[in-house]
Design a protein around this ligand. Sequence first.
Ligand SMILES: C[S@@+](CC[C@H](N)C(=O)[O-])C[C@H]1O[C@@H](n2cnc3c(N)ncnc32)[C@H](O)[C@@H]1O
Length: 329
Amino acid sequence: MDHAVPLSHDQDNQQNDLPHKAAGGDSVRENNNNSSSAAQVAEHYNQRRQLGVQGRMHTKITGLRLFNNWIKSIMIRKFAYTGCRVLDLGCGKGGDLRKWAIAGISEYIGMDIAQTSVLQAQKRFEEMRNTQFSAHFFAQDCYADPLENTMRPSDYQADVISAQFCLHYAFETEKKARQMMHNVSSHLADGGVFICTIPNANWLVKRLKANHDGTRSFGNTVYCVDFAEDASRIKRFGTAYAFTLDEAVEDCTEYLVHMPTFIELAKEHGLELEYCRDFHNLFADHTNDHSSVELLRRMRVVDNDRPEISADEWEAVGIYLAVAFRKKS
Ligand SMILES: C[S@@+](CC[C@H](N)C(=O)[O-])C[C@H]1O[C@@H](n2cnc3c(N)ncnc32)[C@H](O)[C@@H]1O
């Protein structure tokens, strides 16, 4: 049974400001045994339009999308290496395939609960030129179901498992979070790394508590968070909030990733926390690194040295943490 718990894993919450522009300005096999909430998530992502490159460049959250892509590239640079084998849980439409190609990986497996997205990811891979790695895609609920149903651990051991902007769905229940952790641990090679980007529960709850009038929602022109319960009822699993991100997700139910619980579960499955940084601090860590700054330009996060991100988008990217766990060898 869940009890209200403190969120003790504190990040230093120093704000590092990226100067911003004015506000206001992104052969499939199926193994779906969806519970109704997971089915809703799958339906939600299946329905989403695939914006072309041009379409992604002209939305209210273009700066945020570009910045998040830069963060993922930095994490891939940090933890992937030439020849490594990758498992991408919640791969979506395959938006990270190019990043993995640049890292020089040898094998890629992408899984997602949304079958339409998986088909689009596969198509994207087939249309990529000069790929030096093999890729396979599966429609699979990575949190409710054992990956073994699709792929035995003896068939594939990844050096890097990646879960980008999707792990919050696993924290709906303890059962799902444990299944997710088992899936990761069983398919990660000894010494391999599990990288993810997740909403920072600490930040979200602090922000909720800052509402002195007792209201449970907050946000700005690009995002809105609406908690189902008040801050005294935070649990290790199943603390729900509705998340809206302009032109991306609307009123989508997400669950707090209670960091001490995540670390504890990972430990039980043989993984140790190696890296944890909120996006603002991760950015600040790289501002003196020439190649990371150059990547900001190449990925068009900055254009002619002018950042393409509004103040409201900058606040929204600050919600997230980049995290890495290492499996003991
Ligand atoms: C915000 S998108 C992120 C997609 C991709 N990782 C990226 O960074 O572009 C979240 C993804 O998580 C997937 N997802 C949600 N629940 C899932 C589950 N139980 N198993 C596998 N994928 C899931 C969704 O279908 C969606 O594609």
